[in-house]
Design a protein around this ligand. Structure first.
Ligand code: UFG
Length: 353
């Protein structure tokens, strides 16, 4: 299948590209590199640098590459930033997303898989959370993810789109080539590993007075490799589906507390990792655990890497291998010029070893 991965230079996108290539698909990455890294795009995937707001550019790439399906992983995804800058989130995640849907419609591409989020549920009324449970986001990030799902649903009804939305819980781990490298970093595991590397003195634990066994929040971690496998299955499932939007949770159905994560990281890294309890972070639900039964039943998804230690040790191995993240392999990719004069980069084998 010829697949366009929009946002394919980010953490989730780049690792999924690896899975798609290994399964024999022809992959083009479309990314504005605002948070992604050119060095994360592995050959033979091609990299087209462009904005999701650029309707004409998207349409021409879809046509030129004769794209059959789109994996959409391009989004602004920081909860705190979304509270401060809701306009940015609506512009990228909703308006940008709809621009992409329009480009797909014009180019005659109707198969779509979307990176959604557990953030659409807000404060769950029960756990594990099932797809039919109430969606009531408590921040603009979750609200924009949900709004785009709405747009997909109506494009399915009006234009025969066959779309799947995957609501991820907490993504962790790394492949050998690609891992998590954000600036600023706000996620627990990469921050814990920064402390293990001596880049920070301690990790902050945001609240120890939650109604959980050890008082810290509980999250459902999913290995980024398992996420890649789910993307592949979902893309394949859009092939003979009826026009519709289907929604699936992706998690491991097991929750780990913040304290358990820190403790497991101490074991995996054999480093002390000092931790200090500080006050709660705004907008953190006490427990987020997914029911992924539907994805297992209907997509045949079987997570293979659900052990927290494996996620941590893979993330740790990647960090040890990339002490400066992607900064050390960042050099401008070679660019060729396509018919429209847009830069098309042949992904290089970056020096990641
Ligand atoms: N945490 C700390 N200290 C830190 C960072 C995080 O204690 O330095 C805690 C948080 O309070 C939370 C847990 O670790 O309880 C996990 O926090 P992350 O920031 O790693 O992840 P979130 O659960 O906040 O975010 C995830 C996804 C989001 C999604 C959200 C849904 O990354 O994209 O779940 O609520 F929106």
């Amino acid at each position: 299948m010829r697949i366009l991965v929009v946002g394919g230079a980010g953490y989730v996108g780049s690792t999924s590209v690896e899975t798609l290539i290994a399964a024999g698909h022809e992959v083009t990455v479309f990314d504005d590199l605002s948070t992604g890294h050119a060095a994360s795009v592995i050959p033979p995937a091609g990299l087209v640098r462009g904005s999701i707001q650029d309707h004409a550019r998207l349409e021409s790439v879809l046509r030129e590459r004769r794209v059959e399906a789109v994996l959409h992983c391009a989004a602004k995804s920081l909860v705190g930033e979304s509270m401060a800058e809701p306009g940015l989130y609506y512009r990228h995640n909703v308006s940008g997303g709809v621009t992409m849907l329009e480009a797909m419609r014009r180019a005659g591409v109707s198969r779509l898989v979307y990176s959604s989020s557990a953030a659409v549920y807000g404060e769950p009324r029960r756990v594990p959370i099932a797809e039919a449970d109430r969606t009531d986001p408590i921040n603009p990030y979750g609200a924009t993810k949900l709004a785009f799902e709405g747009a997909m649903r109506w494009f399915a009804a009006a234009h025969d789109f066959r779309a799947i939305s995957l609501r991820y819980f907490n993504v962790a781990g790394a492949t050998q080539l690609n891992g998590e490298d954000h600036e600023p970093e706000t996620h627990l595991i990469p921050l814990v590993l920064r402390v293990a590397l001596g880049e920070a003195t301690h990790v902050q634990i945001f609240g120890q007075d939650y109604p959980t066994p050890d008082g810290t929040c509980i999250r459902d971690f999913i290995h980024v490799r398992d996420l890649g496998a789910a993307h592949l299955l979902a893309l394949e499932a859009t092939g003979d589906a009826e026009p519709s939007l289907e929604v699936y949770n992706l998690g491991s159905a097991a929750g780990f507390s913040v304290r358990e994560v820190v403790e497991a990281a101490r074991k995996v890294t054999s480093r002390a990792i000092p931790a200090r309890v500080v006050k709660r972070r705004k907008g953190d639900p006490p427990v987020l655990v997914a029911s992924s039964r539907r994805a297992r039943r209907e997509l045949g998804w079987q997570p293979q890497h659900s052990k927290l230690e494996e996620m941590l040790s893979d993330a740790w191995a990647w960090r040890l291998d990339h002490l400066r993240g992607y900064a050390e392999s960042a050099r401008p990719p070679e660019t060729a010029t396509d018919q429209n004069g847009s830069g098309v980069a042949a992904a290089e084998a970056m020096s990641r070893s």
